[in-house]
Design a protein around this ligand. Structure first.
Ligand SMILES: Nc1nc2c(ncn2[C@@H]2O[C@H](COP(=O)(O)OP(=O)(O)OP(=O)(O)O)[C@@H](O)[C@H]2O)c(=O)[nH]1
Ligand SMILES: [Mg+2]
Length: 497
């Protein structure tokens, strides 16, 4: 247990209806008690200095009253009265049944910057130490209230901007991932114990038998960890958002599509080719997932040095994207459009290109039909420079008009992708890179142990790798983790959490 008492404003900076100041530690109740009074006047049976209104409170109750400055008492007509700084509600949680596991007092003040600052200053003067970012949650972890994966999920939950991000963080905070990792760690621990017994008492057991059993158990864990590692891709989308780049030749309607998807005129749209020169990034919510849309400069051999840089950026953004929406303009020169698309597909390592022919409103049925036939013929393995596996399948090419609701169709495609790749399965998924790295370390350690076992290496060599696997898993839940790692994790938190 920590010996000092910490405090911080837990509500966001700025002004709001109420502000919450949280105090946690062994002296939390006594220290707040010294600056709080439920009444503003000394009466026969009530003395502000010795009322002990907070000390008398039961856990999980609220009391109305006033925060005062204990250094400001002065004699008035109504007695020895301090300066009352704010009217507030105080709640008390007693150790160990609190967020941190310590005594916690929360003061609901009025949410003004000056109010909260002054109340905090009074508390600091009384002996409360300013909390570091994440220190309340760090204490919850150190006091065994939650494991490290749950603590990390608290930060994820606070940062979550979309429904699916919230769900995933909530799932992790409820302990699903921690419990899964712990159960694997337990199995690994048992295997390790058996190996160690065999090392210590070589006369008792058959090495061969022990190794076979150990390998079987390790393999099970390995398969489960592999499955878990695969969920990181879902987790990454939930955490960072799906990256969608909009590419194509100048004037294809890229900026119009960006605006259509966002629902407001974010990007400049004109009929002058080369309107967008820099990349333009905006985030939005599609089906509860965070999506980062990037509008890019139209692809062409530009003479203008600024546009040239823009085109380079456009290609670099596209290569980083999870999905590319490539727009073709059927009213522009067919060969130039096609050549640009082919070059795009061969030049960059593009994944998941959705080819969409825009401005279909400008073509009559006959022209559209002819265009379709021409495009499908050009995009066959015999006719195209694009490698067969990258060629868009004819049935997947979209024919849209951004002017007439085309953005909704594109949004539908993105939705379908998210449903396939980003859906939170409800079970444990890996969101944090730290967890993914450690799961992979655990898998690698098991692989090494398996190789050693196959080579009939000495038991202690195998045991060492099994031990390493256990270490990696323990680092995920925080069972064995260095202070540096703990500090690094909690430093990313916001103040007051
Ligand atoms: N008729 C019609 N015009 C469209 C459609 N989509 C875009 N346009 C028009 O095409 C022109 C170019 O649109 P932009 O969205 O600026 O095209 P862009 O691809 O961003 O162009 P650059 O920034 O120059 O690369 C504008 O005049 C748009 O109004 C569409 O579906 N139908
Ligand atoms: Mg543009």
């Amino acid at each position: 247990m920590n010996s000092d008492t910490i405090g911080a404003i837990s509500t966001p900076p700025g002004s709001g209806g109420i502000g919450i100041i949280r105090v946690s530690g062994p002296d939390a109740i006594a220290l707040v008690d010294g600056v709080f009074a439920s009444r503003r006047t000394n009466r026969d049976d009530y003395r502000i200095r010795t009322a002990h209104d907070v000390v008398r409170m039961s856990a999980f109750t609220l009391k109305h009253g006033y925060i005062f400055d204990p250094e400001s008492f002065s004699e008035t007509e109504s007695g020895d009265i301090p300066e009352f700084v704010d009217e507030c509600l105080v709640s008390v949680m007693r150790s160990p049944r609190s967020y941190t596991g310590e005594d916690v007092v929360e003061i609901n003040t009025h949410g003004g910057t000056a109010v909260m600052r002054r109340v905090l200053a009074i508390l600091f003067k009384a002996g409360v130490r300013p909390a570091e970012p994440g220190e309340f949650t760090k204490r919850a972890f150190l006091n065994g209230r939650i494991d490290l994966t749950q603590a990390e999920a608290v930060a994820g939950l606070i940062q979550a901007r979309t429904e699916e991000s919230r769900k995933a963080a909530m799932e992790q905070m409820s302990g699903t991932l921690g419990a899964l990792i712990s159960s694997h760690a337990e199995m690994i621990g048992e295997t390790l114990a058996r190996l160690e017994v065999a090392i210590d008492y070589p006369e008792y057991d058959e090495d061969e038998q022990i190794i076979t059993e150990a390998l079987m158990s390790l393999e099970k864990t390995r398969d489960a960890l592999k499955k878990l590692a695969e969920t990181y891709e879902q987790g990454r989308i939930v955490r960072e958002g799906l990256r969608v780049a909009i590419s194509g030749r100048p004037n294809a309607g890229k900026s119009s599509l960006l605006n259509g998807l966002l629902g407001f005129g974010r990007a400049i749209v004109t009929d002058i080719p080369g309107t967008t020169r820099d990349t333009l990034e905006e985030s939005m919510d599609i089906s509860g997932f965070p999506v980062i849309l990037t509008d890019t400069a139209g692809l062409r051999d530009a003479d203008d040095p600024v546009e040239k840089i823009g085109v380079e950026r456009a290609l670099s953004e596209a290569s980083k994207a999870d999905i590319i929406i490539y727009l073709l303009d059927p009213t522009a020169d067919f060969d130039a459009e096609l050549a640009a698309f082919e070059r795009f597909c061969t030049d960059i390592d593009a994944k998941n290109v959705i080819l969409a022919v825009n401005k279909c409103d400008l073509l009559n049925e006959e022209a559209l039909c002819a265009y379709k036939t021409g495009l499908e013929r050009a995009l066959t393995a015999e006719n195209s420079r694009i490698s067969a596996e990258k060629l868009p399948r004819p049935e997947e090419i979209m024919y849209i008009s951004v002017k007439n609701g085309g953005a909704a169709l594109i949004s539908g495609r993105i939705k379908a992708y998210l449903e396939q790749h980003g859906a939170g399965s409800g079970g444990a998924i890996l969101i944090e890179e730290r967890h993914k790295d450690l799961v992979n370390r655990a898998i690698e350690a098991i692989d090494r142990a398996a190789v050693s076992a196959a080579k009939k290496s000495p038991l202690d060599l195998i045991a060492y790798d099994v031990w390493e696997c256990a270490q990696a898993l323990g680092e995920i839940t925080g069972r064995n983790v260095t202070d540096d790692v703990i500090d690094m994790i909690f430093s990313k938190f916001c103040l007051g959490k």
